[in-house]
Ligand binder design. Sequence first.
Ligand code: SD4
Length: 337
Amino acid sequence: MTDRRKFLKNSALFAAFSSLGISVFAGEGGKKKKKGKTNPNSVAGKPLVISTWKHGLAANEGAWKVIDAGGRALDAVEQGVMVTESDKTNTSVGLGGFPDREGIVTLDASIMDERGMAGSVAFVQGIEHPISLARRVMDKTPHALLVGAGAELFAKQEGFVKQKNTLTDTTRKAWQEWMKEKNYKPVINIENHDTIGLLAIDKRGNVSGACTTSGLSWKMHGRVGDSPIIGAGLFVDNEFGAATCTGLGESVLRTLASFLAVECMRRGATPQEACEEAIARIVKKHANFKDFQVGILAITPAGEHGGYAIHKGFNYALHQGGNNRMIDSDYYNKEGK
Ligand code: SD4
């Protein structure tokens, strides 16, 4: 086939794919691959901030201030989720979170930057901003993850103030209520368990992410979820994109869903396809998938995004093009429970 004929044929194919809402991606090694489904709310464009759930709106604003001022995505994701961590009315992130079975709030957080550097803390108590502690682990230690008493000792050395009383009136009452039955069901309530995962692209085009949570309410003391585990609750690759998860952490840990989504994009998937593939993997590996929720967000460095969940009810906040808005995610279980 002559070059011109090949070009015309490819152009026609490109036009046909585009008209079907199908994008054409350059996969690893620069190979052109036909790609399928895109998210109807996704347009390429940066800078961008995207985060899980309704509290994401305020977090996005916090992150946007940094981005708008020409700051680094890494600083933006930290500043963004700090807004959520400081909100004592939020019962799933920060010190206002629901406690474990023993009535103790334990926090998990992770952060990852454009260089692929990462820091996490898990099972920490009394620290208002676990995300900043995670960042210190990344910036100031040769390690990637510190847990429990060791993380708290490091926090002290770094000048973090340890808070004493970690239960709010709301969470104390809820815990006391739970104590009456002590019915341990590690099931994610679709309505009210909301980790924040936040991804950002700055004006230079660099990608970073942060994820922070108080984890499952009434969890076993010592239980750690997906949020502080790089590749599970969060993963960033400056070349191919980033992903973050919310929901039942055990299922995300077993599938490394954020890493999986970014790897899908590396192989040429759109972010929407990547999210759907990660959720499909979780569904496939969990016969009981109807009993819990997982939501996932993914972005490309160009600013396209995808979002998907197992069940109806997952939503996310997107700050792009000067507009900060909520979007309802598509989901797998269309038949309902
Ligand atoms: C966890 N993934 O600790 C967290 C909880 C969560 O929305 O995301 N809830 O398992």
